[in-house]
Design a protein around this ligand. Structure first.
Ligand code: ADP
Ligand code: PEP
Ligand code: K
Ligand code: MG
Length: 592
């Protein structure tokens, strides 16, 4: 994302007027001579500012990082909010996210959740009330997996999430996850599952079986299947949940004996192995982005989804291709592309893939099939680290709370796994089957929420955040200035123990640079468009607000203070550090 830098001439920067600045320390950088503009850089500590009357700007906050909002019922949240539809454009009143507002009032700044949560939507959660319960529970991003469901179903879910945002004031972003070229079984003719017993002979085939599906038959989506497998190969369903051995090939039909019994789920993933090595994990006849994926991507662009996650990325090339495709078609709507790291190739080309993408997902489900399971944790740590270094949001996904598909409480091991991802300071955690088809989607979400809040708090109290070398990511001198400002502001915020960082950002870039520093306090990110606001909802520690703001920082701050104070989201005396991408400055001030 490029970041355009706007400088103010001193006459337009109110805090250069020293009369207004109390006798406290400030640093002023020399005016630099850039072509055709005058520029000044200011760091001012403690600024008094007189408040305007409550402004008429539309302001709405990012949804539900409501970690510690135990017992925040939908009713309570509704009562806390007097919502004005965020897209109304009418500069009338304040539009504040109900869950966030309730949380800030109840728990104060410090205990807001920093780690974001993605919920995969499926049959268990696609109803409007079910989606609302997830939003109230803190879902930041709703994911639809194009592997499952029909076009109509996907459209319906997107429409419902939109309506939820508009009617209830949430900012839930939508992530579309492509099917990719993986090999998987058919949909079991509508059955929810099928049991494969030890020693049973099953037929796997590219043939479409009639309905009802003959007993012990499985349709496979890969035309080259029968040619590619050999007698003696092992066929793994969902990375080993069920195993078969190939015993005979008859034309398109492959007869297999079940060697590890288990439950077959519709469209389950298939890989085949020879002599202990993976021989085929993806459809060799398909490119990374298949023609079905391109149709889905067109659909996602038309629907204006916020993120497109690409399965089985092998190189940066495919990401670059997709990004230019989106740029040519989406007319400025700027859909972010997330690379799913789930193959050996993607690990080999990790840095270049992440550099080309707008974020990455540690897709542990498939990754754990392709590399030995015991290597997944170190791969996860490396991916999270590289993403933070390159300033890209990173998602840890799959099996975080797998047992909660069936049980109302997680295992201790699952809680430890979630804690580790939070401790690594990943931007987001993702629920898959737990929210898509599990029995306890809301409980699983509550576990992610409470574990995140607890571990974040513990880590802050212990001052355990490990110093990470943050290499320069800026492509220009202006970008480098933004970076330095964010690093300094975050450091100051920690040392001074401020209550919140404020960032005024049009593209969202400055907010992500602050998020990358993982400061102790939450970051209030003010941005002018609803789409940037939704996108920022994926990033660590950001509370995104939509706010119509001007080039005049003092008036922006005054407006923000009045609006937030009027809503009880901040109070006089709170210590705040503000930065903006319009004026390269750091200001430290108490809320008047
Ligand atoms: N749109 C959907 N319709 C039906 N079932 C779904 C849908 N999305 C997800 N699921 C179910 O939830 C499970 C977990 O979701 P996910 O991890 O996204 O998919 P997969 O298991 O294919 O990798 C799927 O295996 C499937 O059973
Ligand atoms: C998230 C993943 O991808 P999918 O669920 O689409 O297979 C994964 O493999 O972990
Ligand atoms: K997928
Ligand atoms: Mg996968």
């Amino acid at each position: 994302m490029s970041h355009s830098l706007q400088f103010f001439t001193p006459s337009r920067a109110p805090y250069l007027n020293l009369q207004k600045v109390p006798a406290t320390s400030y640093i002023r950088f020399p005016v630099l001579n850039f072509p055709s503009k005058k520029h000044s850089f200011t760091i001012i500590k403690s600024l008094s500012s007189d408040l305007d009357a409550a402004s008429s700007q539309v302001l709405d906050s990012g949804n539900g990082q409501n970690g510690a909002t135990r017992g925040l019922s939908a009713e309570k949240v509704a009562a806390a909010s007097s919502h004005v539809p965020s897209d109304s454009g009418a500069a009338a009143g304040i539009d504040v996210d109900a869950v966030k507002e309730a949380e800030l009032k109840e728990n104060g700044f410090r205990s807001t959740r920093r780690t974001k949560i993605i919920c995969t939507i499926g049959p268990a959660t696609c109803g409007f009330e079910q989606l609302e319960a997830l939003a109230v529970g803190g879902m930041n991003v709703a994911r639809i997996n194009m592997c499952h469901g029909t076009r109509e179903w996907h459209r319906m879910v997107i429409e419902r999430v939109r309506r939820l945002n508009e009617e209830k004031g949430f900012a839930v972003a939508i992530m579309m996850d492509t099917e990719g070229s993986e090999i998987h079984m058919g949909d079991l003719g509508g059955a929810a599952s099928a049991k494969a017993e030890d020693g049973e002979i099953w037929t796997f085939s590219v043939r479409a079986f009639g309905t009802p599906r003959p007993e012990r038959t499985i349709n496979v989506n890969y035309d080259g299947f029968a040619e590619d497998v050999k007698v003696g190969d092992e066929l793994l369903v969902d990375g080993g949940m069920v195993r078969f051995e190939v015993i005979e090939k008859i034309g398109p039909d492959v007869k297999c004996r079940c060697t590890d019994p288990g439950l077959l789920l519709p469209r389950a993933n298939l890989t085949f192995w020879r002599g202990g090595s993976l021989v085929r994990e993806r459809n060799a006849m398909l490119p990374t982005i298949s023609s079905k994926d391109w149709l889905d991507i067109d659909f996602g662009i038309a629907e204006g989804v916020d993120f497109i996650a690409i399965s089985f990325v092998k190189s940066a090339e495919v990401i670059n291709h997709l990004k230019s495709y989106i740029a040519a078609r989406s007319r400025g709507s700027d859909i972010a592309v997330i690379a799913k790291i789930e193959s050996i190739d993607s690990l080999k080309n990790l840095e270049e893939i992440i550099l080309a993408s707008d974020g990455a997902m540690v897709a542990r489900g498939d990754l754990g099939v392709q590399i030995p399971l015991e290597q997944v944790p170190s791969a996860q740590q490396r991916i999270v680290q590289v993403c933070r270094q390159l300033n890209k949001p990173v998602i840890v996904a799959s099996q975080l709370l797998e047992s909660m598909i069936e049980y109302p409480t997680p295992t201790r091991a699952e809680v430890a796994d979630v804690s580790e991802a939070v401790r690594q300071r990943a931007d987001a955690l993702m629920l898959s089957g737990e929210s898509a088809m599990g029995q306890y989607p809301d409980k699983a979400l509550a576990v992610l929420r409470s574990v995140s809040v607890r571990i974040e708090k513990w880590w802050r109290e212990e001052k355990r955040h490990e110093a990470m070398v943050l290499p320069d990511v800026g492509a220009s001198f202006a970008d480098s200035i933004s970076e330095e400002i964010c690093i300094s502001a975050a450091k100051m915020a920690n040392n001074l123990e401020v209550d919140a960082l404020f960032v005024y950002t049009k593209t969202g870039h400055m907010a992500s640079l602050l998020s990358r520093c993982r400061p102790d306090c939450p970051i209030f990110a003010f941005t002018t468009t609803t789409s940037v606001r939704r996108r920022l909802n994926l990033q660590w520690g950001l509370i995104p607000f939509r706010l119509g703001f001007s080039d005049d920082m003092e008036s922006n701050l005054n407006k923000t203070f009045s609006l937030l104070k009027a809503r009880g989201m901040i109070k006089s005396g709170d210590l705040v550090i503000a930065v903006s991408d319009m004026l390269q400055s750091i200001q430290v001030m108490n809320v008047p």
